[in-house]
Write a protein that binds this ligand. Structure first.
Ligand code: SAH
Length: 349
């Protein structure tokens, strides 16, 4: 059966074949993206015959919600099981007026960042466009009717730039007026730093914000934390980021996960400041969210504040991100990891 959310098939062609009027396509889209329909039956202004035919030829959902966790701070996380049994995570974050979703692009991850739960077992496969859109719609359905999604961060499991071909059509639906209507300015793609793919993104579509996960101010340290770095190097990544900035005009974001005793020393902060000073960039420092089974730790409040002061004194535009959803394993791949150890979880739908 065809996945209705996969934009590679043409709903208009299907409607024509089935002898339904073309305007029904618009109505169906409206039900999906604005009406938050959970089933074909809910699309109440479609004729019954059309709804029945849709449910014969299409599936709306290809995933099942295996777990739904809610944090004290309003963060909600879904663990989804894909049709082939693979599992992915996606998150809804609430911050004042913002309703941000964090979505995955791959099952697992091949980048192997040593502190991250997503890549511990490597990558299984890329997600399809439909599976990426499905995460957005499932998270949107968690909001009350009067609230809308405002931001998307592609910071879930996987390396987005390793799956651009499936990701970009999904983001097209997110940013389309008759899709989720989320402005491209409010969509951020986060990458480990793959220069060729960053150039390709700049060429294909530079409307989105780009965030680069730096995590270290020099190659010796970065090679240790982010193993793919040894074939690339920080210089090439920064050059590609600068090119993206030139083409897009969008301020760059660099991410830096603070790991106690590893990349959190004052000299790291000074070296980082020198790298970022010439750039129009925002630095997002994220205290590490510990992963079960890994020995990395969050730095002490004192170390964090020292690190911060050095960057502030150097006039770096820095933001210390609050960790969200600690109590629900909201960091990248944590929940999936835990669920792999429990074999008896029953799908909820
Ligand atoms: N592969 C992409 C996007 C996914 S990871 C990338 O590397 O950017 C999104 C961000 O979350 C990255 O900056 C990543 O390093 C960070 N991250 C992963 N695990 C984390 C953890 N346990 N605590 C804090 N940040 C984490």
């Amino acid at each position: 059966m065809t996945h209705l959310l996969d934009p590679s098939h043409s709903l208009s062609d299907w409607l024509a074949q089935q002898k339904f009027p073309a305007y029904r396509a618009k109505q169906i889209r409206r039900w999906l993206y604005q009406g938050r329909a959970g089933s074909f039956e809910e699309m109440s202004d479609l004729p019954k015959a059309l709804r029945e035919q849709l449910s014969k030829d299409f599936t709306l959902w290809t995933t099942a919600v295996v777990q739904h966790q809610q944090s004290q701070d309003g963060t909600e996380k879904l663990l989804l099981e894909l049709a082939d049994g693979g599992r992915i995570e996606c998150v809804l974050l609430r911050e004042e007026n913002r309703r941000t979703i964090c979505i995955s692009t791959q099952v697992g991850c091949a980048m192997g960042c040593v502190f991250c739960a997503s890549g511990l077992d490597g990558v299984d496969r890329n997600l399809t466009t439909g599976e990426i859109i499905e995460q957005m719609l499932r998270l949107q359905r968690l909001l009350p009717e009067e609230e809308r999604l405002s931001h998307i961060v592609v910071m879930g499991m996987g390396e987005p730039l390793a799956n651009l071909d499936q990701l970009l059509p999904a983001l097209d639906q997110a940013s389309a007026e008759d899709g989720l209507g989320i402005s491209a300015r409010r969509i951020t793609i986060s990458t480990v730093g793959l220069p060729k793919a960053m150039d390709r993104l700049a060429e294909l579509n530079c409307r989105y914000h780009l965030a680069v996960s730096l995590h270290a101010p020099n190659d010796a340290l970065r090679d240790e934390i982010v193993p793919v770095n040894s074939n690339i190097g920080i210089k090439k990544i920064l050059e590609a980021a600068d090119r993206y900035f030139e083409v897009s005009g969008r301020r760059l974001t660099f991410e830096y996960v603070l790991l106690a005793g590893i990349n959190d020393r004052p000299e790291h902060a000074r070296e980082l400041a020198r790298l970022l000073k010439p750039r129009n960039a925002l630095l997002n420092v994220i205290p590490y969210n510990p992963v079960a089974g890994l020995s990395y730790k969050t730095p002490s409040a004192k170390a964090i504040s020292e690190f911060r002061n050095i960057l502030l004194q150097a006039n770096i535009n820095v933001q210390f991100r609050q960790r969200k959803g600690d109590d629900i394993d909201a960091a990248c791949g944590q929940l999936r990891r835990k669920s792999k150890k429990l074999h008896d979880i029953q799908p909820l739908n």
